[in-house]
Design a protein around this ligand. Structure first.
Ligand code: FAD
Ligand code: EPU
Length: 337
C-alpha cells in the first residue's frame, strides 16, 4: 500500500519526528520492482530496514520503501557447514537466535544488533571480534536503473571496517533483497574479546557453548548500550578512527593509558572514539533534548522530544572539540539523510 505524508518516527530507533512524502512497503523482488517503476525519476527514494542506523530531518521529500522481504531457506548442508539464504527484511537478531538454536556457528558474537538482515552487509556490521563479512557468501538484489537481478559474491562487496561497496559505488544503486551466509556446523567460538572473557568468568563458564557466547554478548550489550525502545539512539554515532603510528606515538606520550588496537592498514592504529569523547568531557552531557550516553560516550541519544538537527549540531560540536584536543577527525557511522 502506498501512503502519502506518512510519519516514520517510530520506524527508526532515534525516534526523531519525520514525515515521508510517500511511504510504501515491499515483500518480494517483484513488488519492489513495481514500486520502483512508480517513483518519479526526479524524486529521491531510499530503502528503510529497521531504521537503526539512520538520522532523519523532520521532512523527507521522497519515497521511503520499507523492506519486508522474509524467509529463511537452507541451500546446502555438508558435514562441516550450512549455507542459508535469508530474506533482507528478516530481523537480524531473530536470525542469530535461529542459528544459535540450530547449532550454526559464526554470528553468535553479533547477537542483539538491531536492524534487518538486508542492512547487515551495508556497513559490514561487527561486534566483539566478528564482522558479518566473515560469513557472507553472497548478496542478492535489484540493480538500478535497469531493475536487473544481480548477485554479488563476498569479494565483490569490498568489505572493510564499517564499510562496503553498498556505501560507496553502489550507494542508492543496489537494493538488497536477500543475503546468503555460510555457517559452520563444527564448534568454533571466538572468545578473544576481553569483555567476553570477563563476562564468561563472571558467569562461571569455563567451556562455553554457542548459547553461552550469545548470552554473554547480550549481557555485555545490555549493560552499556541504551535500549532504543527506552531511549532513542542508533548505536555508535561515529566510527572508531585510525591514526598513523607517528600520530599515535605523540598522543601516547601525553596519554599513556590511551587504549588502542591494530588498524586495518599497516602503519595505522585504531583508537576508540568513545575514549576520545569521554576524555574531552562529553560523556553524560545533555544539550536540550539530546545528549551523550552516560555509559557509552560513542552513543548519542534523543531524550524524547528532540529533532534530528539538534543531534547533528551536538555531533558537530563533539567533532570540533575532539579535533582541537587530539587532532583526530571523527567520521559519522550513522547515515544522515
Ligand atoms: P537502516 O537503519 O534501516 O538503514 C541503514 C542504511 O542502509 C540506510 O542508508 C538504508 O537506506 C540502507 N539499507 C537498509 N536496508 C537496505 C537494503 N535492503 N538495500 C539497500 N540499502 C539498504 N552496528 C554494528 O555494526 N555493530 C553493533 O554492535 C551495533 N550496535 C548497535 C546498537 C544499537 C542500540 C543500535 C540502535 C544500533 C547498532 N548498530 C550496530 C547499528 C545498526 O544496528 C546496524 O547498522 C544495522 O545493520 C542497521 O540495520 P537497519 O535494518 O536498521 O538499517
Ligand atoms: N571507551 C571509553 N569510554 C566510553 C566508551 C568506550 O573510554 O565511554 C573505551 C574503553 O577503553 C573501551 C573501549 O573504548 O574499552 C572500547 O569500548 P567498547 O568495547 O564499548 O567498543 P567501542 O569501540 O566503543 C565498537 C563498535 C560497536 C560494537 C563494540 C563491540 C564501532 C564504531 N563501534 O564500539 O558497534 O558493538 O565495538 O565490538 O566500531 C555500532 O557500530 O553501532 C556499535 C555499537
Amino acid at each position: 500500500m502506498i501512503q502519502q505524508h506518512f510519519s516514520i518516527q517510530h520506524l527508526t530507533t532515534f525516534k526523531f519526528p519525520c514525515t515521508a512524502e510517500v511511504f510504501a512497503t515491499f515483500d518480494s523482488e517483484a513488488s519492489l520492482i513495481e514500486l520502483l517503476k512508480q517513483v518519479p525519476s526526479t524524486t529521491p527514494f531510499m530503502v528503510l530496514g529497521g531504521g537503526s542506523n539512520v538520522l532523519f530531518s523532520p521532512k523527507y521529500s521522497g519515497w521511503i520503501l520499507h523492506n519486508r522481504c522474509k524467509g529463511i531457506t537452507l541451500q546446502n548442508t555438508s558435514t562441516s557447514s550450512v549455507t542459508i539464504k535469508v530474506g533482507a527484511g528478516e530481523t537480524w537478531h531473530d536470525f542469530v537466535l535461529y542459528c544459535v538454536e540450530n547449532g550454526y556457528y559464526g554470528i553468535e558474537n553479533l547477537s542483539l544488533i538491531p536492524g534487518t538482515v538486508g542492512a547487515s552487509p551495508i556497513q559490514n556490521i561487527g561486534a566483539y571480534g566478528v564482522e558479518v563479512k566473515d560469513v557472507i557468501e553472497s548478496v542478492e538484489g535489484i540493480s538500478l536503473p535497469t531493475f536487473e537481478r544481480k548477485t554479488l559474491y563476498n569479494k565483490d562487496c569490498c568489505f572493510g571496517y564499517r564499510d562496503s561497496i553498498f556505501k560507496k559505488e553502489l550507494k542508492g544503486k543496489f537494493i538488497i533483497t536477500s543475503v546468503t551466509f555460510t555457517l559452520s556446523l563444527q564448534k568454533q567460538l571466538n572468545t578473544e574479546y576481553g569483555a567476553i572473557q570477563s563476562t564468561l568468568k563472571e558467569m562461571q563458564i569455563e567451556q562455553p557453548t554457542l548459547k553461552d557466547i550469545s548470552h554473554a554478548v547480550i549481557t555485555i550489550r545490555q549493560s552499556k548500550l541504551p535500549d532504543p525502545s527506552v531511549i532513542g539512539n542508533a548505536g555508535s554515532f561515529f566510527k572508531n578512527p585510525e591514526i598513523t603510528t607517528h600520530h599515535f606515538a605523540s598522543l601516547q606520550s601525553q596519554f599513556p593509558t590511551l587504549p588502542h588496537y591494530p588498524g586495518s592498514r599497516s602503519e595505522y592504529i585504531k583508537i576508540p572514539a568513545g575514549w576520545l569523547i569521554e576524555k574531552a568531557g562529553w560523556k553524560g552531557k545533555r544539550k536540550g533534548n539530546v545528549g551523550v550516553h552516560d555509559k557509552q560516550a560513542l552513543v548519542l541519544v534523543n531524550y524524547g522530544e528532540g529533532i534530528g538537527s539538534e543531534l547533528i549540531s551536538l555531533s558537530k560540536e563533539i567533532q570540533q572539540d575532539v579535533w582541537e584536543k587530539f587532532s583526530i577527525r571523527l567520521e559519522a557511522e550513522v547515515n544522515i539523510v
